[in-house]
Design a protein around this ligand. Structure first.
Ligand SMILES: Nc1ncnc2c1ncn2[C@@H]1O[C@H](COP(=O)(O)OP(=O)(O)OP(=O)(O)O)[C@@H](O)[C@H]1O
Length: 561
């Protein structure tokens, strides 16, 4: 699904590149003020036209020779862009031959960035020629100005996930991304992750001193691991207790960037103005555009469970990812398959206690008229007896926490999953009428637990446990033993056929419940699932935590304004 979007944008952009000149986005006109002081102007040849290449403090333009003296540039088809959009200048390879043919002519190429109508960025070239002497001076001026672009990195640490998305991370980097960084003269250290959770180790141990950026060629998962590792490293170095939910965490100063080579690439969606496109993400690094994104820290039982850069969730969302993770061999198709399998066939519901804290600055939900009552305390969420299907905390805070009217305001969330103990009255009765959607399996399973409890009263304790357990795990040998015992009992009390059928159903249902209880421990964190020990979590939002190359979506920009 994500790949299609990716390909979609790429193909749209490629199509756009082929548009006739007059249909391409207009080259913005610049005023003298916008251009700044003129640093140099040299006569150059563009196709067969004699024009001027003018180097300004803030931009570079190609103008008809008289235009340079005007206060406004006329619309030029050649070039008019800010320095952040200039990648580099290169002498053409065939220039030496030309020099021999035509005395003292150097052909050169200016590589620059152009924004397409669909917001994707594309690399463009403009080929010009001039005298060798003029080329020397103008190329030095261009390189000097490019080096002054704020936040354009000189040295990058690149981590590639070779198994993310369609397993093309290495190929993508070598063919598309590496050449862009090389063209801009950026030094790179390229590392490929060797195993699951390797990125976490790298984040915790790598010395990032001297790097101006950390690039993940991956999906959300690898970025999350590297971010978590690096956040831990930073706290350790600064003596901050990362396991304390109330701790003020030390923020990273090195910007991150995600090159979308994963399956869903959800983080890029909101860190790159909704554009999921390989080249665009790389070119934004050269532009030096940095904004700060939120993170959420998740705690369980007095320790940090994880750092997330996208979303934390329990319930449906983790079931879906767990299901699809077990089918990674299906590559990206696994998502569509799992959505169908999890959403259409089965819906797991759970009871939970949910509490939240509202942002002190925005916590006006309890405000009395005319005064703002700041709310920093934990507030209990009243689910009115309804069971939960999914509880999630989105780092971007753009979406609501399901059922809670606290959109954009939550800075803390607590979830405690309440499990029905086997054999309890609740489990046996399953009285909650809001559970109409509960699967048949789940209901049948509660009956089996009830039956197990009854047996417990009658039969020897050890024997009873073995019988119930065998029903739960469904192992073939134990399962048969369980069925035999049931059958003996049934023979004396009624139709054995019906009862055996019911037993099989109960057995399957019990397996379903066991699986549900196991699933409760799988927690969604940025596109991956992790197994937790307990069933109680606390989340804290850290606003504007990670510097990130890219561009916020308009919606988020407005939101943070
Ligand atoms: N060499 C490797 N072998 C096995 N697993 C790896 C390796 N490198 C990274 N991983 C694991 O791959 C997992 C998935 O990574 P990533 O998020 O980059 O891709 P994705 O799941 O396809 O994309 P998305 O998260 O956007 O859906 C991570 O949990 C990471 O630990």
């Amino acid at each position: 699904m994500a790949e299609n979007q990716n390909e979609g944008i790429e193909s749209q952009a490629a199509k756009h590149d082929e548009l006739p000149e007059d249909e391409r986005p207009a080259v913005p006109e610049q005023t003298t003020e916008e251009r700044g002081k003129q640093l140099m102007s040299v006569p150059v040849r563009l196709s067969n036209q004699e024009v001027s290449l003018v180097v300004w403090e803030n931009s570079i333009t190609v103008e008809s020779q008289s235009d340079a003296k005007k206060t406004k540039t006329t619309k030029v088809k050649g070039l008019a862009c800010q320095w952040c959009d200039v990648i580099s200048v290169e002498k053409s390879e065939d220039s030496e031959e030309e020099e021999e043919e035509e005395a003292d002519t150097t052909t050169f190429t200016i590589h620059y960035i152009e924004q397409q109508k669909n917001k994707a960025l594309r690399r463009k070239i403009l080929t010009l020629s001039c005298t060798g002497e003029n080329f020397s001076s103008v190329s030095k001026a261009i390189q000097d100005q490019c080096q002054k672009v704020p936040n354009r990195p000189r040295k990058l640490f690149v981590l590639i996930n070779p198994i993310g998305g369609n397993r093309k991370g290495v190929q993508i980097y070598e063919r598309k991304i590496g050449p862009i960084f090389k063209l801009a003269g950026i030094e790179t250290t390229v590392v490929t992750s060797e195993r699951a959770r390797h990125a976490l180790e790298i984040g915790e141990t790598q010395d990032f001193t001297g790097y101006d950026g950390i690039i993940c060629v991956s999906g959300d998962g690898l970025y999350q691991e590297l971010l978590e590792g690096y956040t831990k490293q930073l706290q350790k170095a600064n003596g901050v207790n990362i396991d304390d939910p109330k701790a003020q965490l030390v923020k990273p100063t090195i910007p991150f960037c995600l090159i979308p080579a994963g399956s869903s690439n959800g983080t890029v969606r909101y860190t790159n103005d909704g554009v999921i496109d390989l080249e665009t993400s790389a070119l934004r690094v050269l532009r030096g555009e940095i904004h700060h994104v939120n993170i959420v820290t998740v705690y369980e039982a007095g320790r940090l469970f994880g750092v997330c850069g996208l979303a934390f969730g329990v319930g449906l969302i983790s079931d879906l990812i767990k299901h699809s993770d077990d089918r990674r061999w299906m590559k990206k198709a696994r998502y569509v398959y799992s959505i169908a399998a999890v959403l259409l066939k089965k819906r797991r519901l759970y009871d939970a206690e949910v509490e939240y804290i509202l942002d002190a600055d925005q916590g006006t939900s309890t405000a009395e008229e005319g005064s703002i009552q700041l709310q920093k305390e934990w507030t209990k969420y009243d689910s009115s007896g309804k069971r939960h299907a999914c509880t999630a905390f989105l780092v971007s805070r753009l979406a609501e926490i399901p059922n809670l009217e606290i959109k954009d305001k939550a800075v803390g969330l607590r979830v405690k999953i309440l499990r029905k103990e086997s054999g309890s009255k609740e489990a046996a009765g399953d009285a909650d009428k809001a559970e109409n959607e509960t699967s048949e399996k789940e209901e049948a399973a509660t009956d089996l637990y009830k039956e197990g409890e009854e047996k417990e009263n009658k039969i020897e304790e050890g024997e009873s446990n073995r019988s119930v357990e065998s029903g739960l795990v469904g192992g073939s040998g134990d399962g048969e033993e369980h069925t035999d015992k049931q059958t003996d009992k049934q023979d004396s009390s009624g139709s054995s056929k019906d009862k055996t059928k019911r037993n099989k159903k109960e057995e399957a249902a019990a397996q379903g419940l066991t699986r549900d209880q196991e699933l409760e421990h799988f927690i969604y964190l940025d596109g991956e699932v992790r197994r937790a020990e307990g069933l109680e979590f606390e989340c804290r939002l850290h606003a504007g935590f990670v510097p990130m190359f890219g561009c916020l979506t308009t919606e988020l920009r407005e939101n943070s304004a």
